[in-house]
Design a protein around this ligand. Structure first.
Ligand code: MN3
Length: 238
C-alpha cells in the first residue's frame, strides 16, 4: 500500500460544515448512535482509506463499486425514507429497536447504511491487534483466538444467500458470534440474533464476486488480513 493514500483520520472524512461537532467529531461509526439529528444536513461520507489500499485482499474495483454505488444507494434511499419523519430525531439503536413497526425501506436502507458503515470502519490497510482485554474475553468465550476466527468464519460461510456475520456483545455482557440475513442487524427487533456489534463482515455476493467469484471462503479468509482491530477494541471498550 502507498502510505500517502491512506487518510489518517479514522472513520469519516465528513466535509459539510453544517454538520454539528458531535457528528464531525465522531471518530468511528458506532458513535453515530446520534447520527440522525433534527435539522441537519447530511453528506455522503468519504471512505477513510483509498479503494485500492485493501489490495490484494479486497480489490479496488469491488471497493469502488461497493462503496460508491451500493453504500451510496443505501445512504441516499435512507435519507429519503426518513425525510420529514420523526425518525430524524432518533438514534439508530432506537430506530432498529422498533423497526418491525416501520417501513421495509427504513429497515433495508437504514440497515444497509448502518451495516456497511460499521464494515468500512472495521477494516483498515493498517495492521492492528486485539487489545489484551478483548483477547482475554475472546479466549474465555471461544476457547482461543483461532477458535473464535473459526466460529466467525463459519457463521459467514454458512449464512445462506445474502447477509452479514457478526461478533457482538450481548445484553448480559458476553461475546457472541452469529449472522443475519439481507440488511438485518443484531440491533433490530426482528433479528433472532441480538447484541451490540463489535465486528461485521458483508457476505453479499457484491462484496466479493469480482475477485473471488463463488469462493466465499477465500474472501472470508482474506478478510482477517484487513480487520481494523483498533476499531473493534474501541467498540469493545464502549
Ligand atoms: Mn454490501
Amino acid at each position: 500500500m502507498e502510505r500517502r493514500k491512506f487518510i489518517t483520520t479514522v472513520g469519516f472524512g465528513v466535509v459539510a460544515a453544517s454538520i454539528p461537532t458531535k457528528i464531525l467529531g465522531a471518530k468511528t461509526m458506532t458513535t453515530f448512535e446520534d447520527f440522525i439529528t433534527k435539522g441537519n444536513e447530511f453528506v455522503f461520507p468519504q471512505l477513510a482509506y483509498s479503494y485500492d489500499s485493501l489490495e490484494p485482499y479486497i480489490d479496488k474495483m469491488t471497493m469502488e463499486i461497493h462503496y460508491d454505488r451500493h453504500h451510496r444507494g443505501y445512504f441516499t434511499k435512507f435519507m429519503n425514507d426518513v425525510e420529514g419523519s420523526d425518525l430524524k430525531d432518533k438514534s439508530f439503536s432506537e430506530i432498529f429497536a422498533g423497526v418491525s413497526k416501520l417501513s421495509a425501506g427504513v429497515k433495508n436502507n437504514g440497515g444497509g447504511f448502518y451495516n456497511h458503515t460499521l464494515f468500512w470502519n472495521n477494516m483498515s490497510p493498517e495492521k492492528s491487534k486485539p487489545s489484551k482485554e478483548l483477547l482475554k474475553e475472546i479466549e474465555s468465550s471461544f476457547g482461543s483466538f483461532e477458535k473464535f476466527k473459526e466460529t466467525f468464519s463459519n457463521a459467514a460461510a454458512t449464512r445462506f444467500g445474502s447477509g452479514w456475520a457478526w461478533l457482538v456483545m450481548t445484553a448480559d455482557k458476553k461475546l457472541a458470534v452469529g449472522s443475519t440475513p439481507n440488511q438485518e442487524n443484531p440491533l433490530m427487533d426482528v433479528s433472532s440474533f441480538q447484541g451490540a456489534p463489535l465486528l461485521t463482515l458483508d457476505v453479499w455476493e457484491h462484496a466479493y464476486y469480482l475477485k473471488y467469484q463463488n469462493k466465499r471462503a477465500d474472501y472470508i479468509e482474506a478478510f482477517w488480513n484487513v480487520v481494523n482491530w483498533d476499531e473493534v477494541n474501541r467498540r469493545f471498550e464502549r
